[in-house]
Design a protein around this ligand. Structure first.
Ligand code: AMP
Length: 419
């Protein structure tokens, strides 16, 4: 039996890097006041028809939909912003900004290729209930910090796509310009459903056309222009690097004002977006609520991992080598409390409940790429000592076997000093 096309198992050793990414996301995002939300993978199909829109590619061509056993129309979520807004509208978040983050699988029936899967994972952040450009800036700043912490080189592009007051005039002028130009077949359709999307078409012919198209920034109303200038001003103040990009748009109507994308040229090809975000002040209306200003971001986890330096997140491994079966029971409390101690430190303890000769242990430790080793034989145990070996420098030293707490903290201290 095989895994489905466009889907994959995330298993060791690769899963270690996932664990590290999620851990870092949790700690960075919560330090900025974003708390975790976990929503169901299955939702009513209607949620996405109303939010993402039934004429969007994501809903009309890519969404997995089916009727469940009671005949309800169900969708596997293609994204998570709509679910978070559903949560917001059904909860009691009045009077405060709901800042939340999530991570999990999303599903889109696309043609699989490098960096594009049918089940893929996103992390995302949403700040609902505030229209201040400071919230947009804080979100962008925190993403910048996050990518740096992961060692991912991410370039930021930013634009403003106006609002329902200023965008219609732009759309009209754009359509009248495009109707005299030769576009790719997809853009011929986009021109009718979603003309702004023509601006970020990746086809060479369309890109040439777009260079001569009317420019959105000339159409922004005062409110949108002020919001955008203030945002850029805050980012300058925070020394966040960005590139203004007139062609950057989001495909969905509920986006207003700020749109931004983090890209990596190293990803290459057409799938170079690490993630995209923007202000979606109109989404709550589409879901039947009052107008609630909101801004958010969704980043692809697989693409982020592709850009994460190999050694980021690889913890130090401490390998325990017992030379004699009789030491298994005697050393067990030390081995397990080392593991308990290591749970939030930057090392992992690995052992087998078996003894081998030292040569065999070294082979196993090398295979695991372990950094440290504890060697314990009958002789050492009799003298209440164990050998702590730094496998990178080959340096060995004795550690006294005392009471549990002292011994474990002595070993841990050496690991931290040598890391
Ligand atoms: P979107 O919700 O389409 O703006 O996507 C946000 C981010 O999710 C993208 O920039 C990608 O990093 C990632 N992403 C979207 N679709 C896929 C996919 N089919 N496979 C892998 N990653 C994806």
């Amino acid at each position: 039996m095989k895994v489905l096309r466009g889907m994959k198992d995330i298993i060791p050793p690769e899963s270690k890097r996932w664990e590290d990414l999620i851990k870092k996301a949790g700690s960075v995002f919560s330090s900025f006041g974003y708390e975790l939300s976990i929503t169901p993978i299955l939702e009513e199909e209607e949620l996405f028809n109303r939010s993402v829109g039934s004429d969007s590619d994501v809903v009309s061509k890519e969404m997995y939909v089916f009727s469940d056993r009671s005949g309800e129309k169900i969708a596997l979520r293609p994204e998570n912003t709509a679910s978070i807004m559903r949560v917001f509208l059904s909860g009691d978040f009045r009077g405060k900004v709901f800042k939340t983050w999530y991570w999990g699988p999303m599903f889109r029936h696309e043609r699989p290729q490098k960096g594009r899967y049918r089940q893929f994972f996103q992390f995302g952040l949403e700040a609902i209930g505030d229209n201040s450009p400071y919230i947009d800036a804080e979100l962008i700043y925190l993403l910048d910090v996050f990518y740096k912490k992961l060692g991912v080189e991410a370039k930021l592009e930013i634009n403003s796509i106006g609002c329902k007051d200023c965008r219609p005039k732009y759309k009209k002028d754009l359509i009248s310009f495009l109707s005299n130009e030769k576009l790719c077949p997809d853009c011929d359709k986009r021109m009718i459903n979603n003309p702004l999307r023509v601006l970020d078409c990746k086809e060479e012919g369309c890109q040439k056309v777009v260079l001569k198209a009317p420019v959105l920034s000339n159409y922004l109303c005062e409110d949108c222009r002020d919001h955008f200038l203030k945002l850029l001003n805050i980012l300058d103040n925070l020394k966040v690097n960005y590139k203004k990009s007139e062609r950057l748009v989001r495909g969905l109507d509920y986006y207003v004002k700020t749109v931004f994308e983090f890209t990596s040229s190293e990803l290459g090809g057409r799938q170079n977006a690490l993630g995209g975000g923007g202000r979606y002040d109109e989404l709550s209306l589409q879901l039947g609520g009052n107008r609630v200003p909101a801004v958010g971001y969704a980043g692809g986890i697989e693409r982020t991992l592709m850009m994460m330096k190999e050694n980021v997140g690889i913890e130090n491994i401490l390998y325990l080598a017992l030379l004699n079966d009789e030491l298994i029971d005697k050393f067990l409390p030390y081995a397990l409390s080392l593991k308990a101690f290591a749970y939030d430190k930057n090392f992992t303890v690995i052992n087998e409940f078996k003894s081998f000769n030292i040569k065999k242990h070294l082979e196993k430790a090398n295979k695991l790429n372990a950094s440290f080793m504890i060697i314990l034989g009958e002789e050492e145990f009799k003298n209440s000592k164990l050998i702590f070996k730094n496998l990178k420098t080959k340096k060995e030293e004795f550690v006294e076997i005392n009471d549990l707490e002292t011994t474990v903290s002595e070993i841990s201290r050496r690991i931290i000093e040598n890391s």
